[in-house]
Design a protein around this ligand. Sequence first.
Ligand code: ATP
Ligand code: MG
Length: 393
Amino acid sequence: MNDILLLKLGEIVLKGLNRKGFEQKLMGNIRRRLVPIGKFKVTCMQSTVYVEALEEGVDLDAAFEAVQKIFGVVKISRAAACEKDKDAIARLAIDYLRQDMLRAKSFKVESKRSDKSFPMTSIQLSQYVGGELAEAYPNCKVDVHEPELIVNLEIRDLAAYVHAQPVNGAGGMPVGSNGVAVTLLSGGIDSPVSTYMIAKRGVRLIPVHFFSFPYTSQQAKEKVIELAKLLTAWCGKMTLEVVPFTHIQEEIRDKCPEEYFTLIMRRFMMRIAERIALSNGARAIVTGENLGQVASQTMEAMASTQAVLKLPVLQPLIGMDKEEIVQMSRRIGTFDTSILPYEDCCTVFTPRHPRTRPTVAEVEKAESTLDVDALVAEALQGIERVTLDLEET
Ligand code: ATP
Ligand code: MG
């Protein structure tokens, strides 16, 4: 019999009537995530998802790693299976939990029976297997109040399962259970983290990147594609929209006062992002903005960029310290790519003395020399789409 994975569902169990829909979404996400790894059976019972390999030689470690990045799962454990017989279960527990039992000072056994025809009650089974474990590992004492290690037994339809401490899952809600948003993805440290955070709340994301070739290089674009690809481990399959931004930036440079360059540029980003959102059923725009981090991230500057929008802007990093963002970016696996030294369109034509406390009227006046609608339409026309999916492992 094969090892299986047990995944405990998170917040979705609180959702009452919606629960079924949430579970379905999550199971779909798990199944898709496992496709590159092998054939698995994925079933759900009582807020636990069971993942079972359907063929020999499937890499369950790879599956374990993959499901750690699926939002909506709070705990994951790997369990070994045996026949539904108390001595077989005790033998398996002694064998399978050897490392845990040698390390821990105290333990207790907890049993669950979904097969009610099993001849012992849960308590009897726990006592029996607990006794056998205590005998096999005399240095690890039974402690039912504050055990260091909890040994879990489950009697299910086809087999009995043994597992120890679960590891934490990704938490959050299943991607796709909470609508769609556009996320502005630069090549920096911040925006991959903001994308991750909104995906964690169950939102499916459409990444948008503004590209100013030749002011920004082909490598800068490749870097953003790589970041989006890394994010698919958390966000699922995504289509990156690469928007040509060169003409807009040149127009701004040639026709607007320098101190407003960045603000006007950001207003264009927002307008274009909103158009992409509306044509894809997305309901918000996500950015990696962080209060006070740069001149365009004061409250006044953000008011002037958001004034062109009807959709809400979600800024999950707004109150974080840079160090916290960096830590998170390391943890989610985007940091090393983010720090590759290619420039972003925000760093070309940067004003020497940017306005930090603009009024909306002032910025509107500064951009009044531009044909905004025509420039937006032209950029939308030139979008290049790159679809990113998980790779075979
Ligand atoms: P990041 O580290 O994410 O680049 P940042 O601190 O450098 O952020 P800005 O460059 O001012 O800040 O950008 C603020 C936000 O605007 C970014 O987090 C991102 O969401 C968006 N953004 C900036 N440049 C681009 C771009 N070229 N394409 C898409 N979005 C962008
Ligand atoms: Mg940036």
